[in-house]
Design a protein around this ligand. Structure first.
Ligand code: NAD
Length: 246
């Protein structure tokens, strides 16, 4: 399978490129705003000049690329593995609209472990309806979106079993924790790939579930698995839930 990689010159783009050939998926071209520097495959500066003769598009770039990216994939009828995070509500609507026309895999975290963490936390939160829920995420100091897309996805997963919960990000000033709150705290530090912790606690006990990514290759491997899964599927929105139930 031949893939066009958007954001190919970024940190994640380079990780993905390094694994080219994984699961029979090969990166044959790229798109990147910073279209200069060394790259073993042709790189276009925007989607107007990008190579469309591929089987799938993968994206690890910036949310500002959402419109150009989805327009390109819909126009060329290409499946899309979307890994970029931090989209605005308007950009999310573009993604949902595109998924009505093409197969589109969208995950804030392509780690299988995180998908399993979400499922486990949901089970515990459902079995302990009185427990308070907090998420702590830690990432490198280059990360521009806070809270992380993964933390928001984990909070949404928890809201499936706590539909009346409110997601509260950050904590400062005076005032007690509200009842039915899912708190998210963000830490930015050094070169940490990604740590997500879910704390589920009552007055008498706390369960802590922790996932730690050791290398960015983890996300690249997951994106390749998603691409292999996606091609040949009908139009629709696919998530990690689909991968862990295969
Ligand atoms: N879903 C996941 O599993 C996962 C894992 C890691 C990172 N990410 C996300 O992937 C994205 C990229 O992360 P990174 O660490 O590689 O960032 P980065 O800043 O190192 O790389 C981003 C690259 O995208 C390019 N770019 C920016 N705007 C663009 C545009 N409009 N069109 C084309 N290219 C554009 C930049 O020139 C850069 O080369 C972020 O949103 C990050 O949160 C997702």
């Amino acid at each position: 399978m031949r893939v066009l990689l958007s954001g190919i010159l970024g940190h994640m783009g380079r990780e993905v490129l390094a694994l080219s050939g994984c699961r029979g998926v090969e990166i044959v071209a790229g798109v990147d705003l910073a279209a200069f520097g060394e790259c073993p495959v042709p790189v276009a500066a925007d989607f107007d000049c990008a190579q469309a003769d591929v089987d799938c598009v993968m994206d690890f770039s910036h949310h500002a690329a959402t419109k150009a990216l989805t327009d390109f994939c819909v126009k060329n009828r290409l499946p899309l593995v979307l890994a970029t995070t931090g989209q605005t509500e308007e950009e999310q609507e573009m993604i949902f609209a595109a998924a009505e026309k093409i197969p589109l895999f969208f995950a804030a975290n392509y780690s299988l472990g995180i998908a399993l963490l979400a499922e486990t936390a949901k089970k515990i939160a459902a079995a302990m309806p009185e427990a308070e829920l907090e998420i702590v995420e830690v990432h490198h100091d280059r990360k521009i979106d806070a809270p992380s897309g993964t933390a928001l996805t984990l909070a949404e997963a928890l809201r499936e079993v706590r539909p009346h919960a409110t997601v509260v990000t950050g904590r400062s000033g005076h005032g007690k924790r509200a009842e039915n709150e899912i708190g998210i705290q963000s830490v930015r530090l050094g070169n940490i790939v990604g740590v997500h912790e879910i704390l589920i606690g009552t007055a008498s006990e706390t369960i802590t579930l922790k996932h730690e990514a050791h290398s960015r290759a983890l996300f690249a491997e997951g994106a390749y698995a998603a691409a292999a899964y996606l091609v040949g599927k009908p139009a629709g929105l696919y998530t990690m839930q689909d991968l862990i139930t295969v």
